[in-house]
Design a binder for this molecule. Structure first.
Ligand code: ADP
Ligand code: MG
Ligand code: MG
Length: 965
C-alpha cells in the first residue's frame, strides 16, 4: 500500500523543495498499521479534553493542526479562513449556527505549508491529532472507521482560503473496501447503494490519488468509458438503472483498470486510503490547473490548502435521497428567488458535473415538501447571518437534510449590483457596504452590448436560431467556434473573436475560457463549472444547451433535428441574457444603461437594470470625495460623459479636432508653411473652425469646467507619408510634390516621443498657442453671452521647466484679456500645466508659481519615468508582468506606485507648498483604473479624468477609495 501511495504522490507534477530528504522518512504513511490501534486514539482525545469548551471561543490553540466540527459546535469559525480554508471555516460556522452539518474535522493550511517546506512530510503530531479528531466523529455517530459491520465512511475535501471551483479534488465514500462494503450491505439492506458508493469511490480515488486520467484531449475519462460500456451491455441509459451486480462488477473492473494502467493495487486498508487522499489534496495544491487558476486570480501560492475530512451522508440511497446546490438568490439576474438545482438518487458532483441535467429547486417542493421547507429555513438563516448571497451544497439522505458547504455566492455584475441595492432596501446592509460589494471594473457588464432585437427577429425568420440553453452569463457575443481550449487560445491569438463550444468545461479549460468571448456548453446547469467560472470571468455564457450534439473527434457540431453541421471556425452568436444560440454573426446593440442614458431610447421606468445602476451611482456620488471628469474632444462625447456622470472635461485634446471635416488641410498648410506670415494665414483659417468646436463643447458642458490642452503631438503626425497623400496636398497648395516630401522628411524624428512636441511647438511657434487660446476664449465669450456659464482651463503639455510655462502662460493670459475686452464679457479661467515629465514633477514647486492647476499626464509620465516607450513595450512588458513579475500590473494600465506614484506624490506636495489651493487632477489612461484611483485618493487629488465609458467605473472606484476599501 505504501508503495502505491508513494507512486501516486510522485506521479503528481508536484514542485517540491527538498526532494530526497523527506521521502525516506514519511513517518505518517508508514505507521498506518499502528494507527489502527484504537487505544492510542483514545488517550490522545482524553489528554485534550479542551476542544469542546473552547469551541465557542473560536481561537485555535497555538500549534493546533486539526479542528473539529459538528453537533452544534466547532473549533473553528467563519473568520478563520486563512487557517481552515473557506470550506472548513464555513463548515465550522454552519455547525455553530446549529445547521445540520455531518461531523468531521479540518486539517489546517499550516500543515500544507509544512508539507511543502519539509519535503512532503507532515508535522509529527498530525497523526495523533487526526486520530483523535476521527475518534470524536466516531463517538458522535456511533460508528467506527474501517469497522467491518458499521463502517464510518468519510469524504476528503480540499479547501483553500479563496474558493477555487473544481481546482482541488474531492474523494467520497472513503473507507470502503471488500470487507466494509459487506457491512454496509448488511446494515442498509441495500446492496445497490453499497456497490454504487464503492464504484464511485474507486473511480474518484483512481483519478485523484492514483492519477488515472484521460491522456489526450479526445480521450474520455477511462472510468466513464467503462461505465458507459456497462450501460450499453445492459441496454440502459441511466446510472440509476444499473443493478447491484452490475455495480459490483464495475468495482472489480475499475480496480483492474487501475492495476493495468497504473501498475498498482487499489488500497484496501482504509487508513492507507485516508492518508493517500490527504496527501493527494496537499499534492493537488501544486497541480498545473491549480497553479493556472491562482495566477489568473492573484491567489498567493503561500496560502496553501486545508483538508476537510467529513463523515459521509448519502444522496444515492434511493428515491428519497438526493443532492443539490443552490444560491440564496439568482446569481445571474440577482432576483430575490431561491435558485438551485438538484438530482434525486445522486451523489456529490452529479449535479455540477453536467452529466445529468438536474431539476430546478422548485421541483423539490413537490418531491419533498418537508425538506424543501427546511432548506428555505437554511436559506433565511444563512442570508441573515452572513448578510450575503450564499452558494450552498446539500444532500438529502432518506428524507433528512444535511448541509455540506456554504460560501459567498459568485454572481454576475448585474446580479451583484441588484443584490446590493435590494439588500440595502431589506436593511441587511448599508449603502456603503453595497458600494463595497460591486467590483468597479465589472460594472462594464452593465454597460455591455446586447443583440439588436431586429437582428434577432431576422435571424429567427432565417432559421438561424439553433437552440436555447441556460442564460448563465449576460451579454451578447459573436465569434468563431473552437471546440478545445487550446484552439480557443490559438484562434484568439490570431485576433479572432472566439466562442468556446464544449459538452462541458473543466478546470483544464480555464485559459481557453479566458481567451474566448463567450462560452457555450451542451451539458450542465447554472452551477456547472462553465457557468461558475464564466460568470466570474465576466464572459457571455450559455450552458446546458442539450440540443447541441458535439463530436470532438470529427471536430463538428450538429443541432438536434437539423441537417446543419457547424465546424471549428464557423461563426455563432450566443445571447447570455436569454440563452439563445444563433448560427452566424449578429450585430449587437448597446446595453440598457446606454440606451437610457446615451441613446435616450428607453424609458428608465422600463429599465430595471438601469434603475439598479442609477441607485448605486447615487450612493457612490454621495460617498466619494474625488471629482470625476472625462477625456472628451467633441460635443457629443461631452454629452455622453455627462450622461455617465462626469462633472467636467479633464482633457480635451485639441489635435483630435484637426482631423475633423475640413480642418486637416489648413492644418497641413500651417505645418508646411515656410514663413511666419504663411503660417499665420493658415492659422487664421483654423481659428473659426476650432472656435466652433469649443463653442459646441462649452454648450454641451453647461457651465462645467473644460480643460483644453494646447497642441501636443509631433507635427509630422498630421502629414501624409505616402506618395498619393503628398501629391494631394501638393496639388492643393499648388507646389511640387517634391517640396511636400522634403518637408515631411525634414520633420522626421528619430524619437518623436521625446522630440518636437508639447509646449515646445508653442514656444517655437507662439502663433499656434495664440490661435488656440483665441479660439478657446472667443468661444467662451460667445457662449457666455448666451447666458451659459463657462470655465475654460488652458493646459500646457510637456512642461519640464517653469520658463516653458511662463512663456506659454503669458500668451494665454494676454489673449484672454484681449478677448474679454473686445467681446465685453468676463469669465473665470485658469492656466495650468500637465505634469508628465520627471523634471516637471521634481520642479513642481517652481512650476506652481505659474500654474493654477496640475494635471498628471500619467501616460507620458510613465513612459518618461520608466524610460519605456509604450508603443514599443509589448514585446517585453508582457513577460515582465506575467512571467517575471517585475511589475505587478502593466504600468500603462495601473500606475506604478513606487516609481510614478512617488513622483506624483512629490509633485503634489511641492506644488501645494507653493500654492495652497492648487487644483490637481489626473488625465492619463490610469484615470479610469480603480487601483490608480485609490492612489489618487491617497495623494489627495481633486479629480480623476477618464474616457466617457469608464466614468461609471471611476465613480464607484472613487467611492470605494473614499470608504477605504
Ligand atoms: P468542490 O470544492 O469542488 O465543490 P466538495 O468538497 O464540495 O468539492 O465536494 C464535491 C461534492 O461532494 C459536493 O457535491 C459535495 O457536496 C459532496 N460531498 C462532499 N463531502 C460530502 C459528504 N461528507 N457527504 C456527502 N457528500 C459530500
Ligand atoms: Mg463544493
Ligand atoms: Mg502627454
Amino acid at each position: 500500500m505504501a508503495r502505491a501511495q508513494k507512486r501516486a504522490r510522485t506521479a503528481k507534477p508536484v514542485r517540491r523543495p527538498a526532494a530526497k530528504a523527506g521521502s525516506k522518512a514519511k513517518p505518517v504513511v508508514r505507521t498506518t498499521t499502528a494507527a489502527k490501534a484504537k487505544p492510542v486514539a483514545r488517550t490522545t482525545t482524553a489528554a485534550k479534553a479542551k476542544p469542546a469548551a473552547r469551541a465557542k471561543t473560536a481561537a485555535g490553540k497555538a500549534g493546533q493542526l486539526v479542528y473539529g466540527f459538528g453537533g452544534g459546535r466547532a473549533d473553528g469559525s467563519a473568520d478563520m479562513k486563512g487557517l481552515l480554508g473557506g470550506k472548513g471555516a464555513n463548515l465550522a460556522e454552519m455547525a455553530r449556527l446549529g445547521l445540520p452539518v455531518p461531523p468531521g474535522f479540518t486539517i489546517s493550511t499550516e500543515v500544507c505549508t509544512y508539507y511543502y517546506t519539509h519535503g512532503d512530510t507532515y508535522p509529527p503530531r498530525l497523526r495523533e491529532e487526526v486520530q483523535a479528531a476521527l475518534a470524536k466523529v466516531e463517538r458522535a455517530l456511533g460508528r467506527r472507521f474501517a469497522d467491518p459491520d458499521a463502517p464510518l465512511l468519510v469524504s476528503v475535501r480540499s479547501g483553500a482560503r479563496a474558493s477555487m471551483p473544481g481546482m482541488m479534488d474531492t474523494i467520497l465514500n472513503l473507507g470502503l473496501n471488500d470487507t466494509t462494503v459487506q457491512g454496509v450491505i448488511r446494515e442498509t439492506g441495500n446492496a445497490r447503494f453499497a456497490w454504487d458508493s464503492y464504484r464511485r469511490f474507486v473511480a474518484m480515488y483512481g483519478d485523484v490519488v492514483l492519477n488515472l486520467k484521460p491522456e489526450s484531449k479526445t480521450e474520455e475519462d477511462p472510468f466513464e468509458v467503462a461505465l458507459a460500456e456497462k450501460k450499453r451491455q445492459r441496454g440502459v441509459s441511466l446510472d440509476t438503472e444499473l443493478t447491484a451486480d452490475d455495480l459490483r462488477e464495475l468495482v472489480a473492473e475499475f480496480k483492474a483498470l487501475i492495476k493495468m494502467r497504473k501498475g498498482v493495487d487499489f488500497p484496501e486498508d482504509p487508513w492507507d486510503q485516508l492518508w493517500g487522499a490527504v496527501g493527494a489534496v496537499f499534492g493537488s495544491w501544486m497541480n498545473p490547473r491549480a497553479i493556472t487558476y491562482r495566477k489568473l486570480n492573484d491567489i498567493p501560492e503561500s496560502w496553501g490548502t486545508a483538508v476537510n475530512v467529513q463523515s459521509m451522508v448519502f444522496g444515492n440511497m434511493g428515491a428519497d435521497s438526493g443532492t443539490g446546490v443552490a444560491f440564496t438568490r439568482d446569481p445571474a439576474s440577482g432576483e430575490n428567488l431561491f435558485y438551485g438545482e438538484f438530482l434525486m438518487n445522486a451523489q456529490g458532483e452529479d449535479v455540477v458535473a453536467g452529466t445529468r441535467t438536474p431539476l430546478h429547486i422548485s421541483d423539490l417542493e413537490r418531491e419533498n415538501p418537508q425538506v424543501y421547507k427546511q432548506l428555505m429555513g437554511v436559506r433565511r438563516t444563512l442570508e441573515k447571518h452572513y448578510r450575503e448571497v450564499m452558494d450552498i451544497e446539500f444532500t438529502i439522505q432518506q428524507g433528512t437534510l444535511y448541509m455540506l458547504q456554504c460560501r459567498v455566492g459568485k454572481r454576475t455584475a448585474t446580479a451583484a449590483a441588484r443584490i446590493a441595492v435590494e439588500m440595502v432596501r431589506e436593511r441587511l446592509i448599508t449603502p456603503d457596504e453595497a458600494l463595497r460589494r460591486v467590483e468597479p471594473e465589472r460594472l462594464n457588464e452593465l454597460l455591455r452590448p446586447v443583440f439588436d432585437q431586429d437582428a434577432k427577429t431576422r435571424a429567427e425568420a432565417e432559421g438561424r436560431l439553433l437552440a436555447k440553453g441556460l442564460n448563465a452569463g449576460p451579454g451578447a457575443a459573436s465569434g468563431v467556434i473552437a471546440f478545445h481550449a487550446e484552439d480557443a487560445e490559438r484562434l484568439a491569438a490570431e485576433g479572432k473573436r472566439v466562442i468556446l463550444v464544449r459538452n462541458e468545461t473543466s478546470p483544464e479549460d480555464i485559459r481557453g475560457m479566458a481567451a474566448a468571448e463567450g462560452i457555450l456548453t451542451a451539458r450542465g446547469g447554472m452551477t456547472s463549472h462553465a457557468a461558475l467560472v464564466g460568470r466570474q470571468m465576466g464572459k457571455v455564457c450559455v450552458v446546458g444547451c442539450d440540443a447541441l450534439d458535439i463530436n470532438y473527434e470529427r471536430g463538428d457540431m450538429r443541432i438536434g433535428g437539423r441537417d446543419l453541421v457547424l465546424r471549428e471556425g464557423d461563426p455563432v452568436s450566443i445571447d447570455g441574457f436569454s440563452g439563445e444560440v444563433y448560427a452566424g454573426d449578429m450585430p449587437t446593440r448597446p446595453s440598457e444603461v446606454v440606451q437610457v442614458l446615451i441613446e435616450k431610447a428607453l424609458d428608465p421606468a422600463e429599465a430595471p437594470v438601469y434603475q439598479v445602476y442609477a441607485q448605486l451611482m447615487k450612493w457612490a456620488d454621495k460617498a466619494r470625495t474625488l471629482g470625476i471628469r472625462a477625456n472628451a474632444d467633441l460635443p457629443e462625447q461631452c454629452e455622453q460623459a455627462i450622461a455617465f456622470g462626469a462633472e467636467g472635461v479633464g482633457l480635451c485634446r485639441t489635435e483630435h479636432m484637426f482631423f475633423g471635416e475640413g480642418k486637416i488641410q489648413p492644418m497641413r498648410r500651417m505645418i508646411l508653411a515656410e514663413t511666419k506670415a504663411a503660417r499665420q494665414e493658415a492659422l487664421a483659417d483654423l481659428l473659426p473652425l476650432q472656435r466652433a468646436d469649443f463653442e459646441g463643447i462649452f454648450r454641451a458642458l453647461g457651465g462645467r469646467p473644460l480643460t483644453v490642452r494646447t497642441i501636443d503631438p509631433p507635427l509630422h503626425e498630421f502629414l501624409p507619408h505616402d506618395h498619393d497623400g503628398q501629391q494631394e496636398i501638393a496639388n492643393e497648395l499648388g507646389v511640387p510634390v517634391e517640396k511636400v516630401r522634403a518637408r515631411v522628411e525634414q520633420l522626421h524624428e528619430f524619437n518623436p516621443m521625446l522630440g518636437f512636441r508639447g509646449c515646445r511647438l508653442g514656444i517655437v511657434y507662439p502663433e499656434i498657442t495664440e490661435m488656440q487660446a483665441r479660439a478657446i476664449f472667443e468661444a467662451a465669450a460667445r457662449v457666455k453671452k448666451d447666458g451659459i456659464k463657462v470655465h475654460p482651463e488652458v493646459m500646457i503639455p510637456l512642461v519640464g521647466h517653469v520658463k516653458e510655462l511662463e512663456l506659454q502662460a503669458a500668451i494665454v493670459r494676454r489673449v484672454a484679456g484681449e478677448v474679454m475686452k473686445a467681446e465685453g464679457v468676463k469669465f473665470p479661467y485658469l492656466v495650468g500645466t500637465m505634469i508628465e515629465v520627471p523634471r516637471g514633477a521634481l520642479t513642481a514647486g517652481a512650476i506652481a508659481k505659474e500654474a493654477e492647476f496640475f494635471s498628471f499626464g500619467t501616460n507620458d509620465l510613465t513612459q518618461t519615468t520608466l524610460g519605456v516607450s509604450r508603443d514599443d513595450a509589448a514585446r517585453f512588458l508582457q513577460p515582465y508582468v506575467a512571467e517575471y513579475e517585475i511589475y505587478g500590473r502593466d504600468p500603462f494600465e495601473s500606475i506604478d506606485r513606487d516609481g510614478v506614484g512617488e513622483l506624483m506624490q512629490l509633485a503634489a506636495e511641492r506644488g501645494r507648498a507653493t500654492r495652497k489651493d492648487l487644483k490637481i487632477g489626473i488625465c492619463g489612461e490610469h484615470g479610469g483604473d480603480p487601483a490608480s484611483i485609490r492612489l489618487c485618493q491617497e495623494l489627495g487629488l481633486d479629480y480623476v479624468s477618464c474616457s466617457p465609458f469608464r466614468v461609471p467605473i471611476a465613480r464607484l472606484a472613487a467611492a470605494q477609495a473614499a470608504l477605504g476599501r
